[in-house]
Write a protein that binds this ligand. Structure first.
Ligand code: ACO
Length: 401
């Protein structure tokens, strides 16, 4: 049925690559990954150095502009972002249409998509200035949108942004503060949260970023494109893995149950997988997981908590890394394996985990979207397929079937 020669003669080349395991969909100068060596660079800078020395605002500037900012540029950028943190007042009414038990990602998909109905000016993608404003709006409003999703779910009033705080401090206050009381941002938690945002900022052509690019390639407005990215990120094989990883650790409970779950993960008749383990590109330790593991200890110390699930996670990692199945398949902890433990210690419910990932990844999505739209050779994304259906046949009326 499939006439490969005909397809080849139409296009000059035809490849079939389900899952895009060896097909580049674009050129990009943002992020480099060497999965065999466990290397991740943003604009050339190693993720470990950025997580250690930089801030999320600085990394955002780097991803958007290609270079690290001077101190004046950083101040100006942070100030600009802080000017866009408010949401249109009518959007608060929009939240009230959701059920209180709605998943925050369901709310995020809806609210971010709805931004295009409120900020018409920045849907003009042909104007570079409007593209810039749309990017700033998205980066600035995501913490407000995510915090409001949380507040709505717990039945507390929304808090307006406090732009005297840092990007991350403001987010923590909007999430955990209450209107009648002062909220003191814990500097260790603020730093840990900022680092988590840095670790999630961009990761080249993952499923959600590719979704944003594909949606954007048709000329769709940036708010619609980012909403598409959020929808894709929600899946448990992608951004939903941090929620799934913590739920799995809770299910395992104590270290003595680990061997049973390791056996299940290896059993091909059992759909169970070790969540937070394995990666399409990393066939070595995910460098983000290393930073994440260190951050768990810092947060525990600052908050004086000691979640026994961390011990379970450490032992699970140790056992898996020494198991022939995981060694042969090169399955290592990924960024999501430890992030849930930190987020839970800070006080986030598991349903918020993927929303936090979306908040941080927005800068990567927006930077990738801008890179694509600015490319003069940009084309609509239109993959081909291998057709496996019937050959041409005549229609048969219903009385003859
Ligand atoms: N537990 C057990 N076995 C696994 C796991 C796992 N977590 N991950 C992969 N494998 C096995 C597969 O069963 C497969 O075995 P086979 O060769 O015998 O068929 C082999 O390893 C290769 O796995 P694929 O699914 O083909 O690899 P792919 O690159 O398509 O998938 C993915 C990568 C989706 C991340 C996968 O490892 C997985 O499902 N992990 C758990 C979910 C997760 O943590 N996702 C987060 C990814 S990072 C992020 O999005 C931020």
């Amino acid at each position: 049925v499939i006439d490969i020669r005909k397809l080849y003669s139409q296009t000059g080349a035809f490849t079939y690559d389900p899952g895009f395991t060896s097909t580049a969909s674009c050129e990009s100068s943002l992020t480099y990954i060497d999965g065999d060596e466990g290397v991740l660079l943003h604009r050339g800078y190693p993720i470990g150095q950025l997580a250690e020395h930089s801030s999320f605002m600085e990394v955002s500037y780097l991803l958007l502009n290609g270079e690290l900012p001077s101190s004046e540029e950083l101040d100006e950028f942070s100030y600009t972002i802080s000017r866009h943190t408010m949401l249109h007042e009518q959007l608060a009414t929009f939240y009230r249409g959701f059920r209180r038990d709605a998943h925050p990602m369901a709310i995020m998909c809806g609210v971010v998509g709805a931004l295009s109905a409120f900020y018409h000016d920045s849907t003009d993608i042909a104007d570079p200035q409007q593209r810039k404003i749309a990017s700033h709006r998205l980066i600035a409003k995501m913490p407000t949108i995510a915090a409001m999703a949380y507040k709505y779910s717990v039945g507390q009033p929304f808090l307006y942004p406090d732009n005297s705080l840092s990007y991350t401090g403001n987010f923590l206050r909007m999430t955990f503060g209450v209107p009648a009381e002062p909220y003191e941002v814990n500097p260790v938690v603020e730093r840990a949260m900022d680092r988590i945002f840095i670790l999630h900022a961009d990761h080249e052509q993952n499923a959600s970023t590719s979704t944003v690019r594909l949606a954007g390639s048709s000329g769709a407005n940036p708010f619609a494109c980012i909403a598409a990215g959020i929808a894709c990120l929600w899946g448990p094989a992608h951004g939903g893995a941090n929620e799934a990883a913590l739920n799995m650790l809770k299910e395992i409970g104590t270290p003595d149950k680990i061997p049973h779950y390791i056996d299940r993960a290896k059993d091909k008749n059992d759909p169970f997988r070790l969540m937070g383990f394995g990666h399409r590109v990393y066939k070595n330790y995910d460098p983000r997981a290393t930073v994440m593991q260190k951050t768990v200890r810092e947060v525990f110390e600052a908050l004086k908590v000691n979640d026994p699930l961390f011990e379970t996670a450490l032992q699970l990692e140790e056992i898996a890394l020494n198991d022939p199945y995981f060694i042969e398949k090169k399955l290592f902890p990924n960024v999501d394996f430890y992030s849930g433990i930190i987020l839970s210690a800070i006080g986030f419910p598991t349903t918020m985990f993927t929303a936090l990932f979306a908040l941080a990844r927005t800068v990567g999505w927006v930077a990738q979207w801008n890179e694509m739209i600015s490319d003069p050779g940009q084309k609509i994304g239109r993959p081909r397929q291998l057709y496996t259906g019937p050959t041409e046949r005549d229609y048969v009326t219903v009385d003859k079937r």
